[in-house]
Design a binder for this molecule. Sequence first.
Ligand code: C5P
Length: 405
Amino acid sequence: MQSLTNKRILLGITGGIAAYKSADLTRRLREAGADVRVVMTRAATEFITPLTLQALSGHEVRLDIFDPHAEAAMGHIELARWADAVLIAPTSADFMARLAHGRADDLLSTLCLATAAPLALAPAMNRQMWLNQATQANKNILEQRGIRLFGPGEGSQACGEIGPGRMLEPVDIVPLVAALFEVGLLSGLRVLVSAGPTREALDPVRYISNRSSGKMGYALAEAAAEAGAQVTLVSGPVALATPGRVARVDVTSAKEMHEAVLARAPQHDIFISAAAVADYHAAESAPRKMKKTQGKLALALLRNPDILEDVAALPQAPFTVGFAAETENLELNAQAKRAAKKLDMIAANWVNQPGLGFDSDENELKLFWEGGGRLLPRASKARLARELIAIIAEKYHAKHTTQNS
Ligand code: C5P
C-alpha cells in the first residue's frame, strides 16, 4: 500500500449521502499513516455526525469559521498552512460551484482559498447534476486551476439512478491521495493513447464497428496523466468524458485514426494502442443510403492499415504497447502479435468471458514483454490502468537506461 506516513491531510466533507463513506476514508487515511483533520460544512452534519469523525480522526472536527474556541487552538489560516494536502470527499455540486467562483462564505471554502497545498475533490452527486452543463463547466474551471478530481465513478446511486456521480470508494481514493505526493512515474514524458472503436462507413447512415467502449483506453490516459505525463488521447466514437489534463483528438474511421496517430507518434515517448481498430473498411462507401435487395447482399471489404505496426516500425519509434483481445489461445496469440508487430509490450485480455473485456468495467490482463510477463488479476479498469502504467513506466525507464549506458 502507498504510504501517507507523516502526511497532514485536511479532509473536507460536504453535504451528500456519500458522506457516510468519509468515516471509512478517515480510518483508511490514518491506516496509511496520515494525520487527518476534518472540516465539515453545515450540510455535511445532516448526513454524518461530527462526533463520528472526531472519534476516527482523533481530533476535534471544525465546522465554523466564527468559533472562538477552535480558532484559539488553530486559526483557520494556520489550519490552511498546516495541510500537506486538502481532500474534499464527498464534494457536492454546490461546493464545486462555490469553489469555482472563489467563495469564502464558510470555513471549508475559506480554507480552500487560503491553502497553498494541493487540492483534490472526490465529487458525489446525482448523475444529472454531474452531467449538468453548469457542473461540467465548473469541473473544467477547477481542473484548469490544477485542482485534481478523483472520479466520480459510475454505477447505481443512492437516488436510485444509474450513471456517473458515485463517490469513488475510500480504498480507491487513498492511493490517489498518496500519488499527490509522488514525483510522477512518467513526469516529463509524452504519452499517446488510442482508444475506442472505429466506424467504417458503408453509406451515409450505416457503418461497421465493434463493441469497444473505450473505457480501458480512457482509464489508461487518465492514469498516465496522474503519473505526470503529458497525454494525447486519439479517440474513436465513445460516450465517455475526457479525463482531466488530457488532450483529446476525435476520429471516426481507422484511416482517420491512422493519420492522427502517425502524425503525432514521433513527438511522443510512449504509444499505448488500446483502440479496437476495425480490420476492414468497405471497398466502396455508397454516397447515398443503400436500398434493400432481395436475398443476399455481398459487401466487398478491404484491409485497414495496422496503426500499431506502423508506429512500431517508425525510425524513432516510441515505446509501443499493444492490446490483444482474444477468444482463444490467449498467450500464444498475444506472443505472436507482439513478435509480428515488434512491440515492447502487449496486454492480452479475454473478450468472451462474462464481465470482462469489451464494454465492461472490469478486466484481467496478461502482459508479455521480451523475456517475461505478468498477470494483472481481475480488477476495475481504473485500478488495472494504474498498475499497467506503473509497469510501462518501469520498462520504459529500463529500456532507456540500457540504451543510454
Ligand atoms: O492484430 P490485432 O488486431 O488483434 O491487434 C490488436 C492491437 O493492434 C491493438 O493494440 C490495436 O489497437 C492494434 N491495431 C491497430 N490497427 C489495426 C488493428 C489493430 O493499431 N488496424
